[in-house]
Design a protein around this ligand. Structure first.
Ligand code: NAP
Length: 183
């Protein structure tokens, strides 16, 4: 069975989004997201990023699809012609995962990342396929209209990866910390 990890930045009031965008502007935090989802030990393989329609559309046009990763969008309202040719479209998470593990693509995949938003995070955390949660805990309240679901009790914090910056980070007076949880 093909597994996945999840990555999200979550503020103190559990928010992740506002008006179709991130509620904050944290350059280094976004760089951590990019580096983590790109990182692979075998350069012949690729990582996959799976996201909902609104998360895909929240990425600035010139930055999407996310570079050096196979982009998968979940939507029941978009059709393939609405997306660049190299973006894969599926109606739900399980159909995307089944297709990824069935095709010859599977041998070329290193890590599958779930990158939001809210409903997909919820579905992902309740799936037996879910291995790790990479959560940036932002130690501040932000006005938000999209929220991260409650993390199920079966996930426990583990030691950070060697690549994870340790301790409290700070940008523009906003403090945050990188955490990893595993089932
Ligand atoms: N802080 C973070 O780490 C982070 C990460 C990602 C996104 N965000 C923010 O979150 C917001 C977008 O997230 P969102 O939750 O509003 O939307 P979303 O999950 O990105 O997109 C929702 C759409 O995805 C499709 N979908 C397919 N399967 C789904 C499923 N299992 N559950 C829910 N939707 C599914 C549906 O599209 P159809 O209606 O076409 O069927 C649904 O309307 C933006 O503000 C973005 O900036 C923050």
């Amino acid at each position: 069975m093909l597994h996945f990890n999840l990555i999200a930045a979550v503020c103190q009031n559990s928010g992740i989004g506002l008006n179709g965008d991130l509620p904050w502007s944290l350059k280094s935090e976004y760089e951590y997201f990019t580096q983590t989802t790109k990182r692979r030990s075998d350069i012949i393989k690729h990582n996959v990023v799976i996201m909902g329609r609104l998360t895909y559309l929240s990425i600035p046009k010139h930055e999407r699809p996310l570079a050096e990763r196979i982009n998968v969008v979940l939507s029941t309202t978009l059709s393939p012609i609405d997306l660049p040719k190299d973006v894969l479209l599926f109606p739900n998470l399980e159909s995307a995962m089944r297709r990824l593990e069935q095709t010859d693509l599977c041998e070329r995949i290193e890590t599958v990342w779930i990158v939001g938003g809210s409903g997909i995070y919820r579905e992902a955390m309740s799936s037996p396929r879910c291995h790790r949660l990479y959560i940036t805990i932002i130690k501040q309240h932000f006005n938000c209209d999209v929220f991260f679901p409650k993390i199920p009790n079966c996930f426990k914090e583990i030691e950070p990866d060697p690549e994870t910056p340790l301790g409290v980070q700070e940008e523009h007076g906003v403090q945050y910390e990188y955490k990893i949880f595993q089932k």
